[in-house]
Design a protein around this ligand. Structure first.
Ligand code: ADP
Ligand code: MG
Length: 233
């Protein structure tokens, strides 16, 4: 219900793309562990929120017209003090305007900075034959160059989600390659299962969605969704 209210509000605003903040609210409503993120509309609000979140923080452009934020130089990680927060608030807005002059800019997100983990991605499509379908894969070059991903039709059980993680060619990375500790596949499986319920539940609303990246930590330490995207039908 919380999720539908967010989607309804975006539609009333005449949009079919949710902002990252809205998408994360939907993900959170389905029990996914997302980074906390708040909208700052002014430089002063940015500083106040940064101090509430606690440094270091991440700042990101919030605009329904800019879905790939890095392309617009709209993401700055590891900001450590008030002066940098002020500086980057203005830079990120200026970068967005330079990228797309007529972009509707809501402001800048002040976000908890997640520690580095193994980067994986989740995605969803509405398959004509099978219906809502979840995609899982390793992030970075694994998805872009190697296309190392696997698909499962919703709903995806925790057991199936564990299997998805061993089905990919790069599965060994999650088991702890090169002396690293194994990743929290249990937490990832729960996340995949919950995400599958989200896209099944909201199949009449969501055209496509993704969580890219999700940082997965050592076994027992969970994960964090650091970016979320939802496109409405
Ligand atoms: P884009 O819209 O370009 O995909 P992202 O939100 O994914 O923007 O940010 C780009 C990159 O910045 C991510 O792939 C991740 O490596 C890093 N990043 C983004 N948000 C966070 C965060 N909250 N904590 C840590 N790293 C982050
Ligand atoms: Mg991303």
């Amino acid at each position: 219900q919380a999720a539908l209210a967010i989607i309804q509000a975006a539609r009333e605003d005449g949009r079919d793309a949710l902002t990252e903040i809205e998408a994360k609210d939907v993900f959170r409503a389905y029990g996914l562990d997302v980074t906390s993120t708040r909208l700052a509309k002014t430089e002063d609000e940015a500083v106040a929120l940064a101090n509430k979140v606690g440094y270091p923080i991440v700042m990101k452009i919030v605009s329904p017209d800019i879905l790939h934020k890095s392309d617009a130089s709209g993401v700055k990680v590891n900001i450590k003090d008030d002066a940098s927060t002020r500086e980057w608030f203005n830079k990120i807005i200026a970068n967005a305007k330079a990228y797309k002059a007529d972009a509707n800019i809501h402001g800048v997100a002040i976000q908890e900075m997640a520690p580095l983990g193994s980067e994986v991605i989740l995605g969803s499509i509405n398959d004509a034959a099978f219906g809502p379908t979840v995609m899982f894969g390793l992030g970075g070059i694994f998805v872009e160059v190697l296309k190392d991903v696997t698909f499962a039709v919703t709903p995806v059980s925790k057991q199936q989600a564990l299997k998805m993680q061993s089905d990919i060619r790069g599965a060994k990375i999650l088991d702890g390659a090169r002396g690293e500790k194994p990743r929290d596949k249990e937490a990832m499986a729960i996340t995949i299962a919950r995400y599958s319920h989200m896209i099944l539940d909201l199949q009449d609303e969501i055209k496509e969605s993704d969580a890219n990246p999700v940082m997965v930590y050592e076994d027992g330490s969970g994960l964090k969704v650091v970016d979320a995207r939802i496109i409405l039908k």
